[in-house]
Design a protein around this ligand. Structure first.
Ligand code: 13P
Length: 246
């Protein structure tokens, strides 16, 4: 079976004090040892978090550049993250796609660079409300994933996060049926595009207004292998989400 995976994306939130408090809370909380846990603090705090967090929890960058080094002001490479014992990066989060204008092809280059540099990647995909309402959800998601598949054959270190844009930060969680339906389509896409083995082994996690209240129902679905949590990852309730799988 696939190991349950829960990521916390702090986004651009927190201070040295509040982030350290979250780390200490996680260190002392009773976490289900069967769940793989990864947290993504703002880049400024990655090393602080790695230093204080117990080893079972991995640290994830919210961003990575697609070149190993050089004159790229403001960017961080996969090599620099690996060297700092930061084992993961997010790629293709909708906030970077929408606000920073990252295109599918750039997301794919970053994903390849992260994997080549030894990182695991939480690869985010998802449709806007307008795209859902015009029945384009599967087309949008598979187009985003196809760009990555063109550059990357080995998906063993990729976790796919399905995050419908209309559910992010809105309190409007996808229904269990809506999420399961897209996850099943992504798994079908993996079987057809990457391999049967990848379809079986790849974790497909859901993100978008996940809370301690809705996580247990979502976790029952056969193709939902965990969560990518935004707002609730900053709160003590994150522990309940980590422990959602019955
Ligand atoms: P929220 O959980 O705040 O809706 O954010 C989801 C998300 O974007 C995680 O990457």
């Amino acid at each position: 079976g696939r190991q349950f995976f829960v990521g916390g994306n702090f986004k651009m939130n927190g201070t040295i004090k509040s982030v350290t408090d979250i780390v200490h809370h996680l260190n002392s909380a009773p976490l289900d040892p069967k769940t793989e846990v990864v947290i993504a603090p703002p880049g400024l705090f990655l090393l602080l978090v790695r230093e204080h967090l117990k080893n079972e929890i991995e640290v994830c960058s919210q961003n990575v550049f697609d070149k190993p080094n050089g004159a790229f002001t403001g960017e961080i490479s996969a090599e620099q993250l690996s060297d700092s014992k930061i084992g993961w990066s997010l790629c293709g989060h909708s906030e970077r796609r929408v606000i920073l204008g990252e295109k599918d092809d750039f997301v794919a280059s970053k994903t390849k660079a992260a994997l080549d540099g030894g990182l695991g990647v939480i690869l985010c995909c998802g449709e806007t409300l307008e795209q859902r309402e015009s029945d384009k959800t599967i087309e949008v998601v598979t187009t985003q994933l196809n760009a990555v598949a063109e550059k990357t054959k080995d998906w063993s270190k990729i976790v796919i996060a399905y995050e419908p844009v209309w559910a992010i930060g809105t309190g409007k969680v996808a229904t269990t049926n809506q999420a399961q339906e897209v996850h099943a389509e992504i798994r079908k896409w993996l079987a057809e595009t990457v391999s049967k083995e990848a379809a079986e082994a790849t974790r497909i996690i859901y993100g978008g207004s996940v809370s301690e209240k809705n996580c247990k129902e979502l976790a029952k679905e056969g193709d939902i292998d965990g969560f990518l949590v935004g707002g609730a990852s900053l709160k003590p309730a994150f522990v309940d989400i980590i422990n959602a799988k019955q």
